[in-house]
Every structure is written in C-alpha cells, then in structure tokens.
Design a protein. Structure first.
Length: 120
C-alpha cells in the first residue's frame, strides 16, 4: 500500500477581489471603508428626525393669555393653573376654568398674580 499525498486543489469563489498587489488591496479596503461610513451617516440622517418628532409629541401644548391691564402675555401651564387655584382658594371661590370666568374675575386674577410672583 502506497501512501499518496493528498491533492492540493484550489476553490475559486467569485468575491470581486482581484489580486492586484498591495496598492489594489489598499484601494479596495479604502473604498469599502468609505462605503461603510457613508451608509452609517445616511442611516443616522434618516433616523434623527424621527427621534425629534417623538420628543416634540411629548411636549405639552401651551396657551398664551394676554393681560390687558399690564400689557403682557402669560403662558398658561401647570404652574399658572396652580397659582390660579391658590387665588381662588384665597378668594373663597369654587374652581371654574379660567376661560369660563367673566372678565372682571380674570382681571382681578392678573392683578393678584403680578403681586404674587413665583419664587422658584
């Protein structure tokens, strides 16, 4: 029984890589890296607006109220609503939404509000 050495064969796969020496391989790797970076940048540019839109939806819609006597605007938010409830409590009034109050009560509230600022 004779021992024959195993055949040495080559498997050729079509990968698009040509043996062109060191400079060809270097060029290929640089193109591949640039394509990878470009893909990452494009993906980030497409995803970023979606993140900002989701944050914008989480914000609360504010209402601006004009105070005619003091000639200024106030943002009606949770803080203003708390102050309004304190004012109603001091006046011994039941809660009623600000926009359903008559103009005299609204004007009195803004006069009170300017004399009782927030201390945050």
């Amino acid at each position: 029984m004779e021992h024959t050495p195993p055949r040495r064969g080559f498997i050729v796969m079509a990968t698009g890589i040509l043996k062109m020496g060191d400079s060809g391989t270097e060029d290929y790797l640089m193109r591949r890296r640039d394509r990878y970076i470009s893909t990452l940048c494009l993906s980030a540019a497409m995803i970023a607006p979606a993140l900002f839109v989701s944050q914008a939806k989480a914000q609360e819609v504010q209402l601006r109220v004009y105070d005619r006597d003091h000639r200024d605007y106030h943002n009606w938010d949770d803080r203003e609503d708390r102050s309004y409830r304190v004012y109603l409590g001091e006046q011994h009034r039941d809660y009623r939404e600000y926009n359903h109050q008559n103009h005299r009560v609204q004007r009195n509230y803004w006069n009170w509000r300017h004399s009782h600022p927030d201390h945050d």
